[in-house]
Structure formats: C-alpha cells, structure tokens
Design a protein around this ligand. Structure first.
Ligand code: FE2
Length: 270
C-alpha cells in the first residue's frame, strides 16, 4: 500500500497519494462515465448544478440524488453537447453502478480508511466531476462537513484524479491546517427548504492556499473540515475526477442532512 504520512495528514488536513490506483481503473471509470452520459436523455430542461446558486436545491432531482445516479449541468454551458456540458454525476454511483462499485471497494481504499482511523466506514456519497475544458466552473471555499455532517465530524473525501490535475485546469486548492478550525456552515433541511446555516462566523485562516496538483491515478485525501476550493478550468484540457465521501457509522447522522438514503442505506467496503 502507498505510504501514508499520518503526521502530515494531522498537520495539513490533506494527503496526495501518487499512483494510488492503476491506469486501467482510471480508464474503466472514464469509459463507464462516458457510457452513462451517452445513455442519459436530459429532456428539454437541463438541471444546472451551480456551486454558487442554491436554487437547484429546491429541485427534487437534486434532493433524491443521494440514492440515485443523476446528471447536473454546468452553469456556463450553452451550445455544448451533453457530454461537454455536464458538471457532475451524483451521488450513488458507487452503489448503483457495477464498475464504480467495484473500483470504489478496492482493498486499497478500505485499507486507507482503516489507516485513517475509520472503524465502521460507510461509503456515503460519490461524484463524477467533469471540470470541462473552458467552462468548468469554480468551486468556492468550503468544508465538506457543511454538506455531509455527522456528530462528531467524520466525513473524509477520497478525490481520485482521472486526468492530470494542475493549476491550469482547475486542480484542488486547500488551506493547510485549516481543518483544525471550526465548522463554519451547515447545509440542512428546514421544513421543505434547504438552507445554509451559519454555525461559526470565523473567517478562513490567513494562510496561503496550496495547489494540490495530482497526476492521473493519484488520490487526494481531504479531511472533512479542511477548507478547499478549485479554480475555473479556462484551459482546453478536461479535468475529470471521481470523489468518494466516507463517514463512520459510529457517528450520529442527523435526519435534517440534505442527503438522505431511506431506500438504500449506505454500506461499507464489503
Ligand atoms: Fe468539497
């Protein structure tokens, strides 16, 4: 298994593990995503996924995506084909699609979760992220625990580069050590609405952001409280990635989290 520097993870809140999966696994996920997209008929209206505008949050299509395979478009997409206009696919690829299931449950992921301290890991959510050439949108600074909240916080992101990700095509950015600060916001259900609640108004720490450049097949591990973002992709190169989010079954999962899986409870690696 790739060496895991737990001291660096505790200090920084992230790890970049090179060559974590085989190129054949990257091929398999990219080919499978292309097939899913080819079979997807968006119909007359495209459901936009925008990181800035939360209007989509009222959409049932988004709300039910926690236990489905749903397709979300780039805000900046105009005349592009569907394959060139999608922002992401989410959020239960790892449970509903056999290829994503198989790669997501590779032993190296299970071993890594154990090494990071998970006792009862649950694969809560997965996303195929396109970051399209020229139009791939920025993702603003956030903590994943805002969206995937447990008490205590246990969410951890496994972000797998399916293309080389660098400063030009919108790689991840992080504030090193920022995971040691508080959770700032929580995105949750209030009645029929999804709202962003301020938990702590503390600003992000005044540290220089670092670019988490990752070659194809590398895995970026993100602590659930680490502030991270990504810049828009203005380059002609796509930046596909596959993100898997784990929580620990020992923690409480509130009933007012946006992501609910009543019909298909999350499973572990088995
Ligand atoms: Fe994130």
């Amino acid at each position: 298994m790739t060496a895991v520097d737990l001291d660096a993870y505790a200090r920084d809140g992230f790890l970049v593990l090179e060559d974590f999966v085989a190129p054949s696994d990257c091929d398999a996920l990219q080919e499978r995503a292309a097939k899913l997209v080819a079979a997807f008929d968006p119909g007359p209206t495209r459901t936009v996924f925008s990181a800035r505008d939360q209007d989509h949050a009222r959409d049932r299509y988004f709300r039910e995506s926690g236990e489905a395979i749903r397709f979300f478009f780039e805000e900046g997409a105009t005349d592009q084909s569907t394959a060139q206009a999608l922002n992401k696919i989410g959020h239960a690829l790892h449970d509903l699609d056999p290829v994503f299931d198989s790669v997501s449950r590779r032993p190296q992921f299970a071993d890594l979760a154990r090494t990071l301290g998970f006792r009862q890991p649950l694969l809560l959510q997965s996303m195929y992220l396109f970051k399209q050439p020229h139009i791939g949108a920025e993702v603003g600074w956030h903590q994943d625990a805002t969206y995937l909240y447990t008490r205590p916080s246990t969410v951890t992101g496994f972000w797998l580069a399916l293309d080389d990700a660098d400063r030009d095509n919108g790689c991840l950015l992080a504030l090193p050590g920022g995971h040691r600060g508080p959770l700032r916001q929580r995105f949750r259900q209030v009645g029929n609405d999804l709202v962003t609640e301020i938990l702590d108004p503390a600003p992000w720490p005044a540290v220089e952001p670092v670019a988490l450049e990752a070659r194809r097949g590398s895995l970026v591990v993100l602590h659930g409280l680490l502030p991270h973002a990504s810049a828009p992709n203005r380059s002609p190169r796509q930046r596909h990635a596959y993100a898997l989010h784990l929580i620990d079954a020992a923690a409480e999962y509130p009933a007012d989290n946006w992501l609910q899986r009543p019909g298909r409870p999350p499973r572990g690696f088995m």
